[in-house]
Write a protein that binds this ligand. Structure first.
Ligand SMILES: Cc1ncc(COP(=O)(O)O)c(C=O)c1O
Length: 390
């Protein structure tokens, strides 16, 4: 089974492994990298073949968003997400971090408020701050084993100076898959407050059995005049290093505004990124993704069972994503204390919970997109590092 092939990424210029010591004080010699969101798998064979063909050809000249690329994206959205998109709606970006930054640039000014629903992907707040905009946190509320929206509370936190809403679906770090009704409520909230709704759907493909992801544009097509959807093959196929993502913008005026900004920045997509995505969004790619989901499903079950066996630790049941959200509040330790145990005793590098904003204070995020053996090893180490808390 390919997803369990042992792969050593150390010394391959992988930021997840080769920058771990510098960033976390966990040496790759004996440490486990479970932080940044890329996978330890090689990508789908059809994607590797496309890169091989390009290498064999040996010419890496200019390319463009050619019809095969646009058709592949349309095919994928239709077959995997029951979402009909027009090829005209598609713009590329240099990954979705870049797309988020561009959206802030185009649809807000320095000092404007940007609404986020924490705990949420830490780069939302980072990008808002770096762009000189103002983070407006509207925290999710814990409801049973998951998070829910409180849009009345959110409304009370706005002062009218907000311009953009950054929305994460499925949600990183909780793995929550939003319902169509929830999505419509968010779209309506954006409308009432005059916000451009940026729906970041980068994790849309890695959804576990029993859950159905609904694209914002399918749930709320009426919201097109104020909605931009961000998608990418990067998490799904582990090709984030190619830095190629998509912005799907049905509204002519919004799309023209974004395209104009990209022209002024002289942005064009990477030929190799385009070739890889064209190959990925195919029946062969789809089959590989289904196999990956089964592998990740087994990993998360293994991980959750082990965490449930350690008093004081609790893992949020994932509906999507390979990112486990673990609550350490039951240990009675503060964040520095449990992270010290993770670093010094378990030798695991994880993503810092407080970085995800309000609600993340007692959490850490663990990346489970790796071989079963590594998840088992992580579980063993966690048990040893926190096993004294009976
Ligand atoms: C929700 C979300 N958006 C965007 C990104 C970044 O995407 P990219 O690597 O394409 O910049 C990530 C990466 O973890 C993510 O989780």
């Amino acid at each position: 089974m390919t997803f369990n092939n042992p792969i050593d990424r150390r010394g391959t210029q992988s930021s997840k492994w080769d920058k771990m010591e510098q960033l976390y004080g966990v040496s790759p010699k004996d440490g486990l990298a479970m932080w940044t969101a890329d996978s330890d798998f090689s990508t789908a064979p059809c994607v590797i073949d496309a890169v091989r063909q390009a290498a064999d050809h040996g010419v890496f000249g200019y390319s463009w968003m050619h019809p095969e690329y646009l058709n592949a994206i349309q095919w994928w959205m239709k077959t995997r997400h029951d979402w009909e998109i027009d090829s005209d709606w598609i713009l590329t970006s240099q990954g979705l971090g870049n797309a988020i930054a561009l959206c802030l640039d185009v649809w807000s000014e320095p000092g404007d408020g940007v609404v986020i629903f924490p705990p949420v992907y830490h780069e939302f707040a980072n990008k808002v701050n770096k762009a000189g905009r103002r983070v407006v946190e509207c925290p999710l509320v814990r409801e049973g084993n998951s998070y829910a929206l409180d849009l009345d509370d959110a409304q009370s936190r706005l002062d009218g100076s907000e311009k953009v809403l950054l929305w994460c679906s499925p949600q990183n770090p909780s793995g929550r898959v939003w319902t169509a009704d929830e999505l419509r409520a968010v779209a309506d909230f954006a409308r009432r407050n005059g916000l451009i709704l940026v729906a970041d759907e980068i994790h849309h493909d890695l959804v576990y059995p029993g859950n159905t992801f609904v694209p914002m544009d399918v749930a709320a097509p009426d919201a097109r005049p104020w909605t931009v959807t961000l998608t990418a093959a990067s998490k799904t196929f582990n090709i984030a290093g190619q830095r190629t993502g998509n912005m799907i913008i049905p509204d002519t005026k919004l799309r023209a505004d974004m395209r104009q900004r990209q022209i002024s920045l002289d942005y064009d997509p990477s030929a190799l990124g385009v070739a890889m995505i064209t190959a990925a969004y195919s029946p062969e790619g789809a089959k590989w993704v289904d196999e990956q989901i089964a592998h990740l499903d087994a990993n998360r079950k293994l991980f959750d069972a082990a965490i449930a066996d350690i008093p004081g630790l609790w893992s949020m049941p994932l509906q999507a994503t390979y990112l486990a959200w673990v609550d350490f509040s039951g240990t009675g330790m503060d964040h520095a204390e449990f992270v010290k145990r993770l670093r010094d005793d378990a030798r695991i590098a994880t993503s810092s919970g407080p970085g995800f904003g309000s609600g993340g204070e007692t959490f850490e995020r663990f990346n489970l997109a790796t071989q079963h053996a590594r998840v088992e090893e992580a579980c063993k180490r966690l048990k040893a590092a926190f096993g004294d808390l009976q």
